[in-house]
Write a protein that binds this ligand. Sequence first.
Ligand SMILES: C[S@@+](CC[C@H](N)C(=O)[O-])C[C@H]1O[C@@H](n2cnc3c(N)ncnc32)[C@H](O)[C@@H]1O
Length: 405
Amino acid sequence: MTVEPDDGSTKALRLRLADALGKSGDLRTQAWRAAVETVPRETFIPGFFEAIDDPRETMWRPVTPDLVSTRERLELTYTNETWVTQLNHEISAFDTDAPIPGVPTSSSTLPGLVVRMLEELHVGNDDRVLEIGTGTGYSTGLMCARLGQEFVTSVEVDPAVAGRAKQGLAAAGFAPDLVVGDGLVGHQPGALYDRVIATCSVRHIPDAWIAQTRPGGLILTTMLGWLGASSGLVRLEVTGGGKAEGVFLGGTDSFMPARPHAAPPISDDLSSWIDDVDTTERYTDVGPEILDPWDAITPIFIAQLAAPAAQLLSYSLDDGPMLDHVVDASQRAVAILYAPPNGSAVVRQAGPVNLWDQIEMAVLEWLAAGSPALDQFRISITPEAQMVWYGDPNGPLSWNLPTIR
Ligand SMILES: C[S@@+](CC[C@H](N)C(=O)[O-])C[C@H]1O[C@@H](n2cnc3c(N)ncnc32)[C@H](O)[C@@H]1O
């Protein structure tokens, strides 16, 4: 793989991207605009995958200098799109000549989202920033351009991804402190930081991020659950003594989970248990429509808080219609949702906890509170607990986050 030097030929494309991000409202300040105009995205994604719609499964078309014309590749590079750069933890676009299936495991995030997050980070000159999830290094490069490379530390868990990011950053003229390792433990040698930003999504805020941020400093991250809601963007202010207070910023964004925070795979044994288990059936006031991410995001978010280890699977039983299965693998519990044509909703549950009872109760409380949007929710962190709440931290709309410490 070769990394192209920045010969200035993409300046016009960078200006075009900056204009587009300004128009969309993601890019708001001159300082970050100058960074977008300066940093050549192509040095960070010399090769990437483009999704091709296929009725059976998503296929990934490699876009590399050998396979695609420079003009088309640069056009794609400078569109406001997320480009996948790794499949299945190991395959890069340079490893194949033809479209292949696979699960994205690293990407160059949507530039609009990258700059929105950078704007929301509220950096000042001389702020020292820790980034979790170097990925391609593009967002790292933007921070180097804005703050100076000596103020930027970035951690990437995947050594191959980190190696490519280092090359891309060098080609763009930057040499920040790049660390290969688990960003969930931060990077103590560089602490204290003024800002921590994560470009992978977490289920709870790692203690290390709080400990390594100075009091008054900010942490910006997306938070995920396992029922399929996009991640909610959160900004926390560290207040000292292992504590932090934060707000959800509204809007939702899809981000890759930080590696140990992804939902566990469902074992064959658990699948067989789900197929055969005796269930208890009842009508429910909260039907499967609340699990539709294209409808409204807050109800799924509430469901995730109410049943934090539950994940959503969709499959049919006995060749019947596709049904939503809410499954908690750790407790071996399942709720299967039906929406019969008469407009009612039915749930069948099994296991030591009734997952849908928990979700239904929380969603009904949320409806009774007037269906507040995500940006009305707050997050409070102490060394003992992490809590997401609306209105009153001790009220009915408050939940402890699952913390694996
Ligand atoms: C969406 S990509 C980052 C995008 C990047 N900021 C960019 O502009 O290209 C998320 C990255 O987080 C990395 N990652 C996942 N879990 C991590 C962890 N525990 N520590 C550090 N990096 C992690 C993934 O390997 C992946 O490269």
